[in-house]
Design a binder for this molecule. Structure first.
Ligand code: FAD
Ligand code: SF4
Length: 470
């Protein structure tokens, strides 16, 4: 009997859900993990030791009540688990799919000491997917509506986190986004093999039923001004992300055939979702030799999108070793299984070619002293240059903030690297230098994670509620 066995972790090992076969994964833009069955998820959840002071909860940026909902799953109590999971997280089914769990909740699980962490992410995804399929919806029956309304700029995880907390406290959120669908990078960035897009369209319907209003295809600064928002609403929350592409600063970056990561990924999503405005916008790597530069999540997504588009070969060059890669270990493993070749300790120094890209010149590196972040600096080894042949080069060096010019006109201060100043530790959390304007997510902290953007959006909503004295 599962429920009476406190040593389940000794009898049942960690088991991730099975993956689709490799032929499907190489060609189709569909999620690669099969859902858990009811039995599997109950067995896996019951492996939790219910530690008195659960490290997983502290390591989870939104501090989910993990052992509590694992227990509810093992008891088959999915609606209660969904209710509890939504108390701390706005998009649990998204985080379950895309969080780098090996660095967060699962990395902190006590069972890592030789038994294999509980599969927390997949259990979290199961709760919400199953509850929604069974007809569960967030309970809004006890909400008392106020006469306050808040404009939210950006329908990414930060904006949605903010809207969720506001609407549950009776404050009307009106969310503006320049894109035709909600989600920000969840829709226009992260590919379908990690997160199918129906997850976000379902969420749009649920948020709308809860009382959140979306004004999509609306660019703030063009279609509607900040002046207007400040005069029509009681407060404004900004969750506009970071969209300046980092460059390598070496020769050849402007050659035809060299693309920034995000335009490549977005063009692929637009084609798959039917949002493509012109066929010329699509960046195809079919039949080409692709070299991806970078080692984070964006680089992995470029690698795996290239495989699915039918590239002849995909090589990923990264300047440190595998141990020091910033991307999720799970995604690196998935990319490798799908046929990506990793070239570690290779630093690009130039992109070469006559009138189009022909290759990437790299030097081999060795790791030297730690830098200010504690990561060992890559140092080039003299005489180790080589050329990696390429028809297409995708640059995934990360993003810097792109604060809009009009922030200055409204007294919203920006720091030296372009991040909006909105500290958590102050009277009204995440308030900017304009008391009526709050901000969170990538535009405040720099490009980071879905779950940290959700956290900041939710915390900023608490700040707004205090400011509005709701
Ligand atoms: P965004 O998601 O960028 O949303 C900002 C929104 O604001 C956008 O919809 C934009 O259209 C809108 N906007 C901006 N300006 C305006 C304006 N003037 N008017 C109207 N709307 C505006 N994180 C993970 O945790 N796991 C992953 O696997 C992962 N993979 C990633 C893969 C890629 C390719 C990328 C680029 C990022 C990935 N991330 C991942 C990071 C994660 O997606 C971001 O940290 C997160 O989406 C940030 O949320 P946000 O709400 O701050 O901004
Ligand atoms: Fe783990 Fe992310 Fe879920 Fe937190 S939100 S429990 S870190 S998967």
């Amino acid at each position: 009997d599962r429920l009476s066995n406190n040593f389940q972790f000794l009898d049942v090992g960690r088991q991730d859900p099975s993956k689709k076969d490799i032929a499907t994964r190489k060609h189709q833009f569909v999620e690669i993990y099969e859902p858990y069955s009811k039995e599997q998820v109950a067995d896996q959840s019951h492996r939790c030791l219910e530690c008195g002071n659960p490290y997983c909860e502290w390591k989870c940026p939104v501090h989910n009540f993990i052992p509590n909902w694992l227990k509810l799953i093992s008891e088959g109590n999915i609606f209660e688990a969904a209710e509890l999971s939504h108390q701390t997280n706005t998009l649990p089914e998204v985080c379950g799919r895309v969080c780098p769990q090996d660095r967060l909740c699962e990395g902190a699980c006590t069972l890592n000491d030789g038994f294999g962490a509980v599969t927390i992410g997949n259990a979290e995804k199961y709760i919400t997917d199953t509850a929604f399929a069974m007809g569960w919806r967030p309970d809004m029956s006890k909400v008392t509506w106020t006469d306050k309304k808040v404009a939210i700029i950006g329908a990414g995880p930060a904006g949605l986190g903010c809207a969720d907390v506001l609407v549950r406290n009776g404050v009307k959120p009106v969310v503006f986004d320049r894109y035709p669908e909600i989600g920000g990078l969840l829709t226009f960035g992260i590919p379908e093999f990690k997160l199918e897009k129906t997850v976000m369209s379902r969420r749009r319907e649920i948020f709308t039923d809860m009382g959140v209003e979306f004004r999509l295809n609306t660019d703030v600064g063009k279609d509607v001004t900040m002046e207007q928002l400040l005069s029509d609403y009681d407060a404004v929350f900004m969750g506009m992300g970071t969209y300046t592409y980092m460059k390598g600063g070496f020769a050849g970056e402007d050659l035809p055939g060299v693309y920034d990561a995000l335009p490549f990924l977005v063009s692929n999503v637009n084609r798959n979702l039917g949002f493509e405005k012109s066929a010329d916008d699509f960046i195809s790597v079919a039949g080409k030799r692709v070299v991806v530069l970078g080692g984070g999540d964006t680089a992995m997504d470029c690698n795996r999108t290239s495989i699915r588009q039918g590239a002849e070969s995909v090589a990923c060059a990264y300047r440190r070793d595998e141990e020091n890669m910033p991307g999720s270990k799970r995604e690196v493993a998935n990319a490798r299984e799908e046929g990506v070749e990793f070239l570690f300790n290779r630093q690009p120094v130039a992109i070469v070619g006559e009138d189009k890209v022909e290759g990437v010149k790299v030097v081999t590196t060795q790791l030297g002293e730690p830098d200010e972040n504690g990561r060992r600096r890559p140092e080039p080894i003299a005489g180790s240059e080589e050329i990696l042949p390429a028809d297409v080069v995708l640059i995934a060096f990360g993003f810097r903030p792109n604060p809009p010019e009009w922030l200055k006109d409204h007294n919203v201060a920006v720091n030296g690297w372009g991040g909006v100043e909105a500290p958590e530790e102050q009277e009204f959390k995440f308030q900017t230098s304009n008391p009526k304007v709050f901000a969170g997510g990538d535009m405040v902290r720099g490009s980071d994670l879905v779950v940290t953007a959700i956290w900041e959006g939710r915390q900023a909503a608490d700040g707004i509620l205090d400011y509005l004295e709701v």
